[in-house]
Design a protein around this ligand. Structure first.
Ligand code: GLC
Length: 528
């Protein structure tokens, strides 16, 4: 069986993982030094978000050079050492590819600005004349995902498209040079030993012919994303098939997985399960994050509908579902669900489901969303939303490793010099504080990953529901492991579920007397 079908992949946000040189910013050596934490957790792979040269207008997703390492984070030699260390520990390495846009500091965009309207240099991006008598209006009504128009006007009067921040001009994927360049980028990182790629905003690269207006309500209902003229276009799929062939055919390098085991994972914000399933057809990508699961409320019937929808669309015999509860873009689960206990229970739910799962750094520590003061916010969402949305920095503050005060072992720099500030009350949440404490979230995650390996889901990815579909709890069996989550307001006697078995893990008190408290989950080994 391919490793990625039921893998647990640990997401590392390199600016905030570990700082080895005391400049207040995480770096590649810091990651290499701490990979044993990921190994000890029991993950199979690391996905490292962009570590490429970037003006940091969007947390590193504004890339000025796709085949180099940001000087703040290290060198290409550090990347090679990190990959070698990961492979030595049995961890695969997945890196980000960001093909929808470049930074406005990328040489291509600089050349496009300098060359002026009508130049070939502009053809690699989406420059257009404006509407209105003097071209003073944007070419269409598209809105940026971060708020405001998706177009910015340059001094010579033309407008360029940016579905995200103005510092992230969109590439024109109908241009052959864009294809050649990204094939070069994929080959470059394969030659540096990576085992797979996470494809950023994989649903957005192609725009509908003629760039038609999108109409009202854009970004209001994610379930309609696939209907937008800038998302989920048909041309994406032949592109990903070509990339899959490239991955299948590129020669292997020592230490990395063999070509047929390489991974492409789609970050596609497409919520209709049948549309998302199209990204993971047999000759396309292997995984696509299931964001519908992340977005689902703490409600048993709602969660069950999402789980069943995802399993049905990908499910038995086809691609596995790739579950995700948190990322550098999402509000941390204890804050999102309203309690640390719910977040722990959601983790046991996710890790019991058949398929693959991603764990974002700090999720295993139960970190809540951090409060970042106004004057330290870096996320472009904050200014672009007219200071209404604080953005994603609260999920990106540096990881607490040890000690009782900031920077909690993240760095030797003064807390004030760290690139984002950590909260003052995280002493009990550090890796060192939780290590060895059987009640800690860290030890719960370690045990969950161990048990999930010991009792794998059946190869066909099937699960058997025990709970009625409208019940306030969820109960199902995958292989020999049974998971029960009480999302209701009342205690749930396990005998009422008809499930008898040995409790091997719970998200709440360990010595519970077969009555599952509200918001609590348990894993049982049911004797066959
Ligand atoms: C993805 C990234 C996010 C970034 C956006 C634009 O959604 O996860 O952090 O802002 O793409 O590149």
């Amino acid at each position: 069986m391919n490793w990625w079908r039921d893998a647990v992949c640990y997401e590392i946000y390199p600016w905030s993982f570990a700082d080895s040189d005391g400049d207040g910013t995480g770096d590649l050596r810091g990651i290499a030094d701490r990979l044993h934490h990921v190994r000890r957790l029991g993950a199979d792979a690391v996905w490292i978000t962009p570590f490429y040269p970037s003006p940091l207008a969007d947390g590193g997703y504004d890339i000025a050079d796709h085949t180099a390492v940001a000087p703040e984070l290290g060198t290409i030699g550090d990347f090679d050492a990190l990959t070698a260390r990961a492979h030595g520990l049995g961890l695969k390495v997945v890196v980000d590819v960001v093909p929808n846009h470049t930074s406005d500091a990328h040489p291509w965009f600089r050349a496009a600005l300098a060359a002026g309207p009508g130049s070939t240099a502009r053809e690699r991006y989406l420059f257009r004349p404006g509407r209105g008598r003097l071209g003073e209006l944007p070419p269409n009504d598209w809105q940026s995902a971060f708020g405001g128009p998706a177009w910015t006007r340059v001094s010579d009067g033309e407008w360029y498209l940016h579905l995200h921040a103005p510092e992230q001009p969109d590439l024109d994927w109908s241009h052959p040079a864009v294809h050649t360049e990204f094939e070069r980028i994929l080959r470059f990182w394969l030659d540096h030993g990576v085992d797979g790629f996470r494809i950023d905003v994989a649903h957005a690269l192609y725009k509908a012919e003629g760039l038609p207006d999108a109409g009202p309500g854009q970004h209001e209902d994610p379930a309609r994303n696939h209907l937008m003229p800038y998302y989920d276009q048909e041309e994406l799929h032949p592109l990903y098939r070509r990339w899959r062939t490239l991955l299948d055919e590129h020669p292997g390098v020592p230490g990395a997985v063999s070509p047929e085991d390489r991974l492409l994972v789609a970050e596609a914000a497409v919520f209709a399960p049948d549309r998302l399933a199209r990204y993971v057809r047999p000759d396309e990508m292997q995984q696509a994050f299931d964001f519908a699961f992340l977005e689902a409320p703490w409600d048993a019937p709602a969660l069950r509908r999402v789980i069943e929808g995802s399993l049905a669309a990908t499910g038995p015999g086809r691609a596995p579902v790739t579950w995700v509860l948190s990322s550098h873009d999402a509000v941390r689960p204890p804050t999102r669900y309203g309690s640390p206990l719910r977040a722990r229970s959601a983790a046991l739910l996710m890790l019991a489901l058949p398929g693959a799962a991603y764990v974002y750094q700090g999720e295993e520590l139960g970190l809540p969303q951090a409060w970042v003061p106004d004057d330290r916010i870096r996320d472009p969402l904050w200014p672009r939303s007219g200071h209404r949305e604080r953005g994603r920095d609260g999920a990106r503050v540096p990881l607490p490793w040890s000690g009782t005060a900031a920077p909690y072992g993240f760095s030797t720099a003064a807390p004030r010099s760290c690139w984002l500030p950590q909260p003052e009350d995280w002493a009990a949440l550090t890796v060192a504080a939780q290590d060895g404490d059987p009640d800690s979230t860290l030890e719960m995650y370690r045990e969950a990953l161990r048990l999930r390996k010991a009792w794998p889901a059946p190869a066909d990815g099937s699960l058997l529901w025990h709970s009625p579909s409208e019940a306030p709890y969820l109960a199902f069996t995958r292989g020999r492991l049974t998971c029960v989550v009480n999302l209701g307001a009342r205690p749930l006697p396990l005998r009422d579920t008809g499930l008898l078995g040995r409790t091997v893990l719970t998200s709440g008190p360990r010595d519970f007397d077969d009555v599952l408290a509200p918001d609590t989950a348990a894993w049982l080994l049911v004797e066959s």
